[in-house]
Design a protein around this ligand. Structure first.
Ligand SMILES: C[S@@+](CC[C@H](N)C(=O)[O-])C[C@H]1O[C@@H](n2cnc3c(N)ncnc32)[C@H](O)[C@@H]1O
Length: 260
C-alpha cells in the first residue's frame, strides 16, 4: 500500500487538480518570486518541487534553460504537456528529491522553489543542496508558507497535516533565516504575500476526507479570537468556517561570490 504521508503519493493522486489550480498557476507569489529572481538570458535555472511546472514555465521565456525537478511523476507529466503546448523548448522535467539533487556542484545560476518546502522532510539538507548546485554568486528564491509565531506553529502543522498528510513543517521566518544562513546563504531580500484560501476549495484540492474536514472546522473553533485572527479565519453568518489566510514568505538568498 502506498504511504499517505509521501508527497509522491499525495501529489500523483491530485495532479489534475493542481494543473488546473489558478492559485498555483498565477497566484500572487509568482510575480514577486520572478521579481526577486530577476531571470536573464545567461541563467541556467533549476526549479525544485516544480509540480505541474508553474514556476519553471514562468522562468523559461527569460532564461537560457530551466530544469524542473519533482518527486511526483504524475505532476511532471502535466508540466511536460504544458511546455510542449506552449512551445517552450528550453524546459526539461526530471524526477528527483530536493534533499539529494541529482546534479554536479555549481550547475545552476538560479534555483527556485515555490509552495513546496513545507513538504520537505529535511529543509536544512535542501538548503545545503541548493548551495552546492549554485554557482558562486548564484541565487536561491523561495516562496513558501510560514507560521506567524513559533507558538502557533504546532497547531498550524497539525491543521495542515490533517488536510494533507504530506505536510511536514511550516516554520517561522526567523527559523528559515537561521537554517539558510547555517547553509552558507546570505539573506538578501524578503517579503510576505497573503493568500486567502477558500476552505471548501482548499480541502477539495487535497482530497481531504469528510471526517477530517469536520475535525479541521472543530479545531479552528477551539482557537482563541487572537489566534483565529492570526490565521485570518473567516466565518459565515451561520458560524461556518469560510476561509483562512496562508502567509507566503518570498525570499532571495545568495551564495557568496568566490572570494567574497
Ligand atoms: C504545491 S506543489 C508545487 C507547486 C509548484 N512549485 C508551483 O509553483 O505551482 C508541491 C510539490 O512539491 C513536491 N515535493 C514535495 N516534497 C518534495 C521533495 N522532497 N523533493 C521534490 N519534490 C517534492 C510534490 O511532489 C509537489 O509536486
Amino acid at each position: 500500500m502506498s504511504d499517505p504521508t509521501s508527497s509522491a503519493t499525495q501529489f500523483n493522486a491530485h495532479a489534475d487538480k493542481y494543473a488546473a489550480s489558478e492559485v498555483h498557476r498565477s497566484g500572487a507569489s509568482l510575480p514577486v518570486l520572478l521579481d526577486f529572481a530577476a531571470p536573464g538570458p545567461n541563467d541556467d535555472a533549476l526549479d525544485v518541487a516544480t509540480g505541474t511546472g508553474n514556476t519553471a514555465l514562468a522562468l523559461a521565456p527569460h532564461v537560457a534553460r530551466v530544469t524542473g525537478l519533482d518527486l511526483a511523476e504524475g505532476m511532471l507529466e502535466h508540466a511536460r504537456a504544458r511546455a510542449s503546448a506552449e512551445g517552450q523548448r528550453n524546459a526539461t522535467f526530471v524526477v528527483g528529491s530536493a534533499e539529494a539533487l541529482p546534479f554536479p556542484d555549481a550547475s545552476f545560476t538560479l534555483v527556485t522553489s515555490r509552495h513546496a518546502p513545507h513538504h520537505f522532510h529535511d529543509l536544512g539538507r535542501f538548503l545545503a543542496e541548493a548551495h552546492r548546485v549554485l554557482t558562486p554568486g548564484g541565487r536561491l528564491v523561495v516562496a513558501d508558507q510560514i507560521s506567524p509565531t513559533p507558538e502557533l506553529q504546532p497547531w498550524i502543522d497539525m491543521y495542515q497535516r490533517r488536510r494533507d498528510p504530506s505536510h511536514v513543517q511550516q516554520r517561522t521566518v526567523a527559523a528559515w533565516r537561521d537554517l539558510a544562513e547555517g547553509a552558507g546563504l546570505r539573506w538578501a531580500v524578503q517579503t510576505v504575500v497573503p493568500y486567502r484560501l477558500d476552505f471548501a476549495w482548499w480541502t477539495a484540492q487535497s482530497g481531504t476526507s469528510l471526517d477530517a474536514v469536520q475535525e479541521l472546522r472543530d479545531s479552528v473553533a477551539t482557537l482563541t479570537p487572537a489566534e483565529q485572527a492570526a490565521i485570518g479565519a473567516e466565518f459565515g453568518a451561520d458560524g461556518h468556517l469560510l476561509a483562512h489566510v496562508d502567509q507566503m514568505m518570498v525570499v532571495r538568498l545568495e551564495k557568496p561570490a568566490a572570494g567574497a
